[in-house]
Design a protein around this ligand. Sequence first.
Ligand code: B12
Ligand code: SF4
Length: 473
Amino acid sequence: MNVCLVTSPRYNSKPTYKALAPMGLAYLAAVARDAGHNVTAIEGVFLGNPTDIARKVATENPDVVGTSTSSSNRLAGIASIRAIRQATPNAFIVVGGSHFSHTAEDALRCLPEIDAVVVGEGEQTFLELLEHLPDRDALGEIPGLVFRDDENQIVRNEPRQLMSEINSLPRPAWDLFSLRQYSFPKISDDSEQTAGVLTTRGCPQQCVFCANSLNKKMRFLDPALAVDQLEWLHSSFGINDLYIYDDDFLTSKKHAVGLCEELLKRNTKFSWLCTARAKQLDFEVLKLIRNAGCKCISFGVETGTNKVLKASKKNLTVEQIAEAMEIVSKVHFDKVGIFLIIGLPGETTETIDQTVDFLKTIRALFGKSWQVKKIIGQLPLIYPGTELEEIGRKEGCLPENFSWNQPYIQPKRYLPLINKRYHTVPHFETRSLSLEEICAHLKRWHWDELSKGQKRNFRHVPLRRLKVALGIG
Ligand code: B12
Ligand code: SF4
């Protein structure tokens, strides 16, 4: 089969190189190619314009086109799918990834251009689809697939089980992508080229705002295989900077230690960053990851109150976060990212004040080196398949007839409060605390504290427009 995998443009259909290369598609490309299919990749994100993307796809004469988009880029992604359908009327168009996995039936209903949706982890389902095509009668036999049958009915097959292990996966087929053209913030000053890597898959936590519900089971890449892959990235693509995409790199001490010992044993020189949960951290393990090249580490702290942590199902307490930060502060990472979400369930103006007080306590721990640490705040966005979507429906955040695959724009009064990139993503708010009230409260009382030493730390809130919109400050 001729298989063409396509990345979607960003929300405004303008070309950009400021992205990390698409790991999901690179894995799919690798398994499809290993099975003997002819695979090509089109980096729609570099082209931007849907017509240009479709024209380029058509030149590959594909039997199957596979693509995906994030919810924030979905309207541009959908425009690209429509253009691809026009340019390749006979190709089988299959979509996957978090956005489509959680909106499969809605996507097939709204988008006649799509033939099928792969729900969740894609490698095995995609492979079986390629094996069966062009025999559409066999689509009902593929677990994990949702598709439109001959009578135009939407059929959801039984779910696909997550892979039991990830060691047997091939390496992502980065040779099909222009890995060196992607430009993402560098991790260290002597960085040359950045790439993302995965050393685990899955996260067993259940945070209400997270779209990870289909990926709960933890799987670990054997440390030797993981470091083989990193050395290959270095020797084949010049990569020396790594974003470790794992949801919680420190979820297993054994895995983190094994990987770092392997990195040190082979005397590698990568600079890398990772994300971890701020719970029960071990000083020795943190020191080890620092020695093995981890320059930056970030934590989803979200809030400084137990009330909001509990309502958000973070399975964390402020006491645990404080203890974890105390340990982190002693390790001297180049950067420590602290992610906040202001406005989660249970938030009040009092809990916002408590969160800011909590940040001051953390700031004190880091002392003079605080300026290299980063607080990254955001308002709560609703993503499909999250518990926040359900709570948000009850709170009236989504219109009655809301569809994830049809045009949507935030209520007009909120547009000045939100970065353009997120205008089409519904925001969460409760009946007792609106987005306007949150922004006004932050601006009035906490802006200096939250902005200390940083240009743009509240990334969904455009500062200048906020001032005008709220008429304060
Ligand atoms: C790395 C990452 C990023 C990177 C970018 C990565 C990239 N190259 O695009 C950065 C840091 C830039 C980023 C930014 C954001 N991200 Co992000 N990110 C991730 C993360 C941690 C890993 C993604 C990854 O590579 N996974 C590994 C690969 C192997 O898995 P995968 O992509 O899911 O692909 C598999 C399947 O989904 C499926 N599949 C995927 N595509 C396709 C296509 C076809 C045709 C088929 C058949 C199957 C298929 O098969 C693949 C192999 O199994 C995920 C969380 C997670 N654990 O997945 C969040 C995640 C994807 N991000 C998320 C969000 C919310 C964001 C932001 C909006 C955050 C923010 N508020 O700013 C931004 C916006 C991104 C954008 N492009 O618009 C959400 C997605 C929600 C949604 N519905 O879109 C996720 C799921 C986090 C979460 N748990 O809630 N992100
Ligand atoms: S937010 Fe992080 S810890 Fe929570 S469920 Fe998602 S990936 Fe896991």
